[in-house]
Design a protein around this ligand. Structure first.
Ligand SMILES: *[C@@H]1O[C@H](CO)[C@@H](O)[C@H](O)[C@H]1NC(C)=O
Ligand SMILES: *[C@@H]1O[C@H](CO)[C@@H](O)[C@H](O)[C@H]1NC(C)=O
Ligand SMILES: *[C@@H]1O[C@H](CO)[C@@H](O)[C@H](O)[C@H]1NC(C)=O
Ligand SMILES: *[C@@H]1O[C@H](CO)[C@@H](O)[C@H](O)[C@H]1NC(C)=O
Ligand SMILES: *[C@@H]1O[C@H](CO)[C@@H](O)[C@H](O)[C@H]1NC(C)=O
Ligand SMILES: [Zn+2]
Ligand SMILES: [Zn+2]
Length: 583
């Protein structure tokens, strides 16, 4: 073993933030945790081009320019020089001028200087830095290269000075333990004052294994540790490297470091590109009509589809067959009237969706048995003149339907979509009304309104505000921030939250996960038809509803409301419920 830490620290400048040499940032347990990195001297951590990011595959654009990489000496068995624990990660230093890469749309040759890792903890909390559609892997490996010919200092001044290759690492049980990863992890150490020579024959190719190197994402970002310099051309490979979970556990155990990853950063309008061979689950692959490859009758053929299951939605509700369930009590809402809960409104190409700020609005009661947090609400419509609700009542369609989508608070989104009651969707039918009020809408309208229907007044104003945003999101994929004061409570008006139907169903768009407890309210929302017409008119698409699905023996339950009881219910029962209702 050979000790020479100081020299390397100096020569690699900011790349080495050795705790032992006085680094003043950390991931947890010091003053400068990731939320405070931007306060550090000369920090770029509060910038607009930060890394890591969550890669949303539906927003990724394919780029023909991102051709295959050329790697030099990635297969070299003696490229590794040494390892250090710098107090933040385990870093392997490579021999100078030995390994390099070019191609991959980088426009330059880059010299590889080191590789290091990001991980979670021994309880298998995932610790990759990048995420794909919100999914984080157990670990991530970063191979860091400088634009050839530049010093570290020069590279940090160049907006493309550094290229980092990011590889996700997935935990498996079957991967052979005598792999190159065993050799690598045998070097992991706790001591932050020591640099240890690597003597085993390990190549970068050995570590990468069978990952398809032609499949990658590209975006412009930053270093993911302070000073977060915005100088990195990022490559994130789609396929993870499978590593035995026993070896993954060695990273936290042997280094004594846990959760060494930076949370994902805002994309701030940056584009993420993919190489041509990445198969993107494009949001345009499926549609409601026949103008695409997968119309509703073919949704079941999509990858990971549940659309052929036995508890699909929407359905036709036969009021007479609904079974009264006295456990179905009223709903409780938290911050339902918060006028700043809606973050942005977006045109997804299939619907108009309003996304809420996380963790603000909550729903419980209603026989749900769990607290759910509200994620978003969106709409289903036909055209400006015909009906387009998804559910039907005794085969009657309504003009539109709004779905408020809620996730069980104790689950992540990924867990929720795989849990039978992971999601609770509140469905409301919308009826079109012709109001003289809005046809003569002027600034003076408030002055001559009677005060007894202030609820429907604020509802009308709320719908006007909402539909007012539609002009700004005409193109598919566009979104605008919601800055006007607008609450869910106002949009729903004087809704009766104690009268509804309940059944177990699914998402009504692919992948149709059977994870939804459905609530359909009996009272419909009445909205001026000119505002409803703006949905098909501004988006340019119509008939965005799935046809009703077979019930497959499912029971539909109903609340015991006095006014809405099906005629077949016994008179005695009716009397009982009405009496207990009044008390
Ligand atoms: C690749 O490795 C060989 C053998 O170590 C070395 O001679 C050569 O210079 C390396 N190539 C480059 C481009 O660094
Ligand atoms: C490479 O050049 C192309 C064409 O000029 C440019 O669009 C792209 O952003 C460049 N890529 C990088 C990583 O600098
Ligand atoms: C990751 O590993 C898990 C469990 O071993 C496996 O089910 C999953 O398919 C893997 N993911 C990928 C993308 O390889
Ligand atoms: C790029 O790499 C992939 C996988 O390694 C290979 O199948 C493909 O033929 C390569 N493309 C070119 C143009 O060399
Ligand atoms: C939904 O399914 C769960 C579990 O299978 C069951 O306990 C519950 O009663 C069902 N709810 C309805 C409304 O059918
Ligand atoms: Zn890193
Ligand atoms: Zn929906």
């Amino acid at each position: 073993m050979h000790l020479s830490v100081t020299v390397l620290c100096l020569s690699f400048g900011v790349f080495i933030n050795n705790a032992a040499t006085g680094s003043d940032w950390c991931y947890t347990g010091c003053d400068h945790t990731p939320n405070h990195w931007h306060e550090l001297p000369d920090s770029s951590c509060g910038g607009q081009r930060q890394s890591p990011v969550n890669i949303l595959t539906s927003q990724v654009e394919k780029n023909e320019y991102l051709q295959n990489f050329s790697f030099v000496n990635f297969s070299s068995q003696d490229a590794f020089k040494s390892i250090i624990n710098n107090g933040h990660t385990a870093k392997f230093l490579l021999k100078d001028n030995e390994v390099e890469l070019s191609g991959g749309g980088l426009n330059h040759t880059y010299s590889t200087i080191q590789l290091h890792f990001h991980w979670g903890d021994t309880q298998h909390h995932p610790g990759s830095e990048h995420a794909i559609d919100g999914h984080r892997y157990p670990m991530e490996m970063h191979i860091v290269s400088l634009m050839k010919g530049l010093s570290v200092e020069q590279a940090l001044q160049n907006s493309r000075g550094i290229a980092v290759l990011g590889f996700f690492i997935n935990a498996t049980e079957d991967e052979n333990l005598s792999s190159p990863w065993s050799a690598l992890t045998s070097y992991l150490l706790k001591d932050t004052a020591t640099e240890v020579d690597v003597t085993h024959a390990i190549s970068i190719d050995d570590l990468i294994g069978n990952v398809d190197l032609s499949k990658f994402y590209r975006y412009m970002g930053s270093l993911t540790t302070p000073s977060c310099n915005e100088v990195v051309a990022w490559t994130v490979f789609q396929e993870p490297i499978p590593v035995n979970k026993i070896l993954i556990e060695q990273f936290p155990i042997k280094t004594g470091l846990t959760n060494v990853y930076r949370p994902v950063q805002e994309i701030h309008g940056r584009k993420v590109y993919s190489s041509p061979s990445v198969v993107l689950p494009s949001s345009h692959e499926w549609c409601y009509d026949d103008h695409c490859e997968f119309n509703p009758s073919k949704w079941s053929l999509l990858p990971d589809s549940h659309c052929n299951g036995n508890r699909q939605s929407p359905i036709n509700i036969e009021a007479q067959k609904a079974v009264v369930d006295e456990h179905l009590d009223g709903f409780s809402f938290t911050k339902f009237d918060d006028k700043h809960a809606i973050k942005y409104i977006t045109n997804t190409g299939h619907t108009v969706k309003c996304v809420l700020n996380e963790g603000v609005v909550e729903v419980s009661g209603g026989g749900l048995g769990y607290v759910y947090s509200t994620l978003q609400f969106h709409f289903h419509w036909g055209s400006s003149s015909h009906d387009g609700s998804e559910h039907t009542m005794d085969s009657k369609k309504f003009r539109m339907e709004v779905h408020i989508v809620n996730k069980r608070k104790d689950l992540t989104l990924e867990e929720a979509v795989n849990t039978p009651n992971g999601l609770a969707v509140l469905g409301f039918f919308i009826e079109a009304v012709v109001s003289d009020r809005s046809s003569s809408a002027t600034e003076s309208e408030d002055s001559h309104e009677s005060s007894d229907d202030s609820d429907s007044d604020s509802a009308t104003d709320a719908w006007k505000k909402l539909s007012g945003y539609l002009a700004a999101i005409q193109s598919v994929g566009s979104q605008v921030e919601v800055t006007k004061e607008l609450s869910l409570a106002e949009l729903l008006g004087d809704m009766d939250f104690t009268a509804y139907y309940r059944y177990n169903g699914s998402l009504t768009t692919p992948s149709c996960n059977e994870a939804v407890v459905w609530t359909l309210f009996k009272k419909s929302i009445k909205v001026d038809q000119s505002q409803l017409a703006m949905f098909p008119n501004w988006t340019g698409y119509r008939d965005v509803f799935r046809p009703t699905q077979a019930l497959h023996g499912r029971t539909i339950y109903t609340t015991a409301g006095c006014g809405e009881l099906a005629p077949t219910v016994l008179f005695v029962l009716l009397l009982y419920f009405c009496v207990s209702f009044l008390h």
